[in-house]
Design a protein around this ligand. Structure first.
Ligand SMILES: Cc1cc2nc3c(=O)[nH]c(=O)nc-3n(C[C@H](O)[C@H](O)[C@H](O)COP(=O)(O)OP(=O)(O)OC[C@H]3O[C@@H](n4cnc5c(N)ncnc54)[C@H](O)[C@@H]3O)c2cc1C
Length: 451
């Protein structure tokens, strides 16, 4: 192959994309700004540096969606998983990694690859031609972020995530909660029932505010905070401004009638809004938070109707540069307005080391297929890889799009299985069995021969 694939950013996604493309016979240049230009979180000049925790989370490929993603990446010969396996530390069912030897080994393998070269420089503009993957992550440098913003529009590139917790729909108690949009707004019945409402009495509300104020919170890191307060106040900060603030904000009870108890007005209402096209996930509207994860579960389960809620992801607010991918990227992860550029990794709106590397793996393969004129079958939605890429490139609600971990709520349901907690083990096994068969078939059908 005479063409070169340029990859900007040698983190989790860029490293994996480079490995996949180079092994398929493609010449690759990785453009990495560190160590010349630093970020507030990275410490070294290594490729694939883990910036915070040293965990790749659960390694259970039968009962856990991220464990399944590990499995799929191993099947595809991924460098990130192979190197993590070689440097794993004891951590029960999780895959913990000895971070420095891990990053050093990824760097050594990539720099020794005959098809890969690394150019240590900051890229500060969007290239007009050639084949490019931009994988510059949550801490994309300022100049490049500005260039992306100029191309996509200010609304479509965020610098912070303000994540409200996301609940599995099947774990909401609809004997307490009900479906209704405020004032029954909307043309269709679906729109008039677009929200799930959880009612609170005065006593329940007061207890909830007490718990919010007392909960353990996470501190911001240095360099992380500037500008985040615009329009995304953490729920506990709202509560600190006055005990009634939430009742006049995201928890206002007006325009809603509880069909389980129509004569009594709720004192406050927490609302949940659909988070994906499948209708399997709901986010708690306006509940972005800096509470620690353990505290969040406890506090949010105080909301009537959510007492048994299971969370697909908990809330957070972080420095995070990410695109509104559902509107900007096509199904091949290409920028619609400049199809010579793909995006991969956390900047596409996935969250986490593993998910970012997974999107790099896919972007690398898709780029090579395009460069060699090979038609790849679509990645099955039933696989962890397919569920993620489908979510970011169209399955998610564009208006409320926030970064997402892989979870079973993104998968199309397997028909004919028992719902609820009791059926969970069989259901998850059915998801992972189906995913493994479909991923193996996709890999076999989309083999990219070294050219
Ligand atoms: C403070 C912080 C803590 C986090 N903690 C965790 C955690 O504990 N667990 C977890 O799973 N995830 C965590 N994340 C998310 C984490 O960043 C991602 O999971 C993962 O690193 C994203 O991979 P990536 O390849 O998209 O980005 P990165 O791994 O960040 O790689 C992007 C690379 O692009 C380079 N780059 C940026 N701009 C340019 C440019 N203009 N030109 C050239 N190179 C450029 C950067 O130097 C970097 O090497 C954290 C993120 C932050 C910011």
């Amino acid at each position: 192959m005479t063409q070169t694939l340029h990859i900007v950013g040698g983190g989790m996604a860029g490293s994996e994309a480079a490995w996949q493309a180079a092994n398929a016979g493609c010449r690759v240049v990785i453009h990495e700004m560190r160590p010349k230009v630093e970020t507030f979180a990275h410490r070294t000049g290594n490729l694939a540096e883990m910036v915070c925790s040293n965990s790749f989370r659960s390694d259970d490929d039968e009962q856990n969606a991220v464990g399944l993603l590990h499995w799929e990446m191993r099947q595809a010969g991924g460098i990130i998983m192979a190197t993590a396996d070689a440097h794993k530390l004891p951590a029960g069912g999780a895959l913990a990694v000895d971070r420095d030897p891990f990053a050093e080994a990824v760097t050594a393998k990539l720099t020794a690859h005959p098809n890969i070269s690394v150019s240590y420089e900051e890229v500060d503009s969007l290239p007009d031609d050639g084949h490019w993957i931009i994988a510059t992550g949550p801490l994309t440098s300022g100049k490049l972020a500005e260039a992306i913003r100029a191309e996509t529009g200010a609304e479509a590139l965020a610098f912070f995530d303000a994540i409200a917790p996301i609940v599995y729909a099947e774990t909401i108690d609809m004997g307490i909660a009900w479906e209704q949009s405020r004032y029954d707004k909307g043309e269709t019945e679906e729109e008039q029932k677009a929200y799930i409402n959880c009612p609170m009495t005065k006593d329940q509300y007061e207890a909830f505010i007490d718990a919010l104020l007392a909960a353990d919170k996470t501190e911001f890191k240095e360099g992380e905070t500037a500008g985040y307060f615009d329009g995304c106040l953490p729920i506990e900060v709202m509560a600190e401004r006055g005990r009634e603030t939430l009742r006049h904000g995201p928890m206002k009870p007006i325009g809603l009638t509880n069909p389980h108890n129509p004569t009594e007005k709720a004192y406050a209402v927490a609302q949940l809004r659909r988070d994906n096209a499948l209708g399997t996930l709901y986010n708690i509207v306006g509940f972005q938070t800096k509470m620690k994860y353990g505290a969040q579960t406890e506090v949010f389960r105080m909301i009537p109707g959510l007492q048994d809620a299971k969370f697909a992801r908990l809330g957070g607010i972080h420095r995070n540069t990410f695109l509104n991918s559902p509107t900007l990227l096509d199904g091949q992860m290409r920028l619609k307005s400049r199809p010579n550029i793909r995006f991969a990794g956390q900047i596409t709106g996935v969250e986490g080391y593993v998910e970012s590397a997974a999107m790099g793996l896919l972007a690398g393969r898709l780029a090579v297929a395009e460069m060699t004129g090979t038609a790849l079958p679509p990645v099955p939605h039933t696989t962890a890889m397919g569920a993620l890429v489908t979510h970011i490139t169209g399955g998610a609600e564009a208006k409320t799009f926030q970064p997402m971990n892989v979870n079973f709520g993104l998968f199309p349901p397997v028909e004919g299985l028992k719902g609820g907690r009791r059926g969970r083990k069989d259901r998850y096994k059915a998801y992972t069995d189906r995913a493994k068969a479909d991923w193996a078939e996709w890999l076999a059908a989309s083999a990219l021969d070294a050219a």
